[in-house]
Write a protein that binds this ligand. Structure first.
Ligand code: AOF
Ligand code: ZN
Length: 342
């Protein structure tokens, strides 16, 4: 049977097609329904491009049919002139009977004004259909807008006895090659990626996307005293890289050095990333940085690989607080646990 929820599920499905392509905008899908049938569909495809409603309206063969229709949008239609004109105005022009959304837009430029424009034009509105699904697919966008910082994903691999590396920082591959490929997919999904000083120095990671197709995230590293060698892969000038430190502001090609105060430096870094419009970050270690994020409550999601190997001794894996268990899956031998901050 076709219900409000089934049409909204279709709109959510369309929204997801934009995942990874529209940040720092939200992903949005839109379905136009007349007499129980879908007559138009669209989604926000690319950052700076037309919004979901515009693409949906454009897909309707006879625009007259939009009059009296039900429009399902996963997010409140915008009311402001951004890179594109207000979607609420476009809908008002075509006079649907009703506009149904999962969530209001937390963007302070919109925040209820889109729905108000529709209501003022005599269009019925409904907010909250599949609300939780809407919040889930745009969890990065909602966190970014509400917390004024990127959505923070912590990722690490630990041995069965709870270590992330040996005492001398030698960690060479705790997780299996399939799990490592998965990490490259995850990197391509986020706007930025961060490691602490020890990981940069001992692992010499490139933090790029190799085993998957997709864009490289902006690299972020913390190096308080600027002691990291310029020969590290992170500084190879192939990808924009931000190096937070206590010493200097400097532009060096694709590497930007940013000075922060020692006190509350983590908070200062996340605020700076927000101002740079980086909507999400995946933090890949080391244990000290991950634990600091947990202790200061700067995390939203944790993805933990648990291998079968044991080390007996070494550097302890981070320990989560206020974590809600989401899922556990077996990945060719490794276990992958996903948790969320509550
Ligand atoms: C919608 N439909 O599909 C999206 C919306 O700079 P602009 O013009 O692209 O506007 C970006 C803002 O518009 C974004 O921050 C969010 O508030 C809203 N996104 N709104 O009606 C859409 N992607
Ligand atoms: Zn819009």
């Amino acid at each position: 049977m076709q219900t409000k929820e089934s049409f909204m599920n279709r709109a959510l499905e369309l929204a997801l097609l934009g995942f990874g392509k529209v940040s720092p905008n939200p992903i949005v899908g839109c379905v136009i329904v007349k007499d129980g049938k879908i007559i138009g569909e669209g989604y926000h495809k690319v950052y700076g491009g037309p919004h979901a409603e515009v693409n949906a309206v454009n897909s309707v063969i006879n625009k007259e049919d939009i009059k009296g229709s039900d429009v399902y949008v996963t997010l409140e239609p915008c009311s402001h002139y951004g890179k594109t004109p207000p979607c609420a105005d476009l809908l008002v022009k075509h006079l649907p009977k009703k506009v149904i959304v999962c969530n209001l837009d937390p963007n302070p430029l919109v925040a209820g004004r889109g729905m108000k424009k529709l209501e003022d034009a005599g269009i019925e509105t409904e907010v909250g259909v599949l609300e939780d699904k809407g919040l889930e697919i745009n969890r990065r966008f909602f966190t970014f807008m509400q917390e004024k910082r990127p959505y923070i994903i912590l990722k690490w691999a630990q041995t069965a006895d709870g270590y992330v590396a040996r005492k001398n920082f030698d960690s060479k591959w705790i997780s299996n090659s399939f799990s490592r490929k998965m990490v490259h997919k995850w990197r391509a999904e986020e706007d930025s990626i961060m490691v602490g000083r020890n990981t940069a120095q001992y692992d010499n990671p490139s933090l790029n996307v190799r085993d998957w197709q997709g864009k490289d995230p902006v690299r972020v590293v913390i190096d308080s005293e600027l002691k990291l060698s310029k020969d590290l892969n992170l500084f190879d000038q192939t990808i924009p890289t931000l190096c937070y430190n206590l010493k200097q502001d400097l532009e060096d090609g694709l590497v930007t050095y940013i000075k922060v105060e020692k006190e509350n430096y983590l908070s200062a870094i996340f605020t700076d990333l927000f101002e740079r419009k980086l909507q999400s970050i995946i933090i890949e270690g080391g244990s000290y940085l991950l634990q600091k994020c947990i202790d200061e409550n700067f995390w939203d999601e944790a993805r933990v690989f648990m291998a079968k190997t044991t080390f007996g001794d070494g550097i302890k894996a981070p320990s989560l607080k206020n974590a809600k268990f989401i899922s556990e899956n077996e990945l060719q031998g490794d276990k992958l646990q996903v948790l969320r901050n509550i």
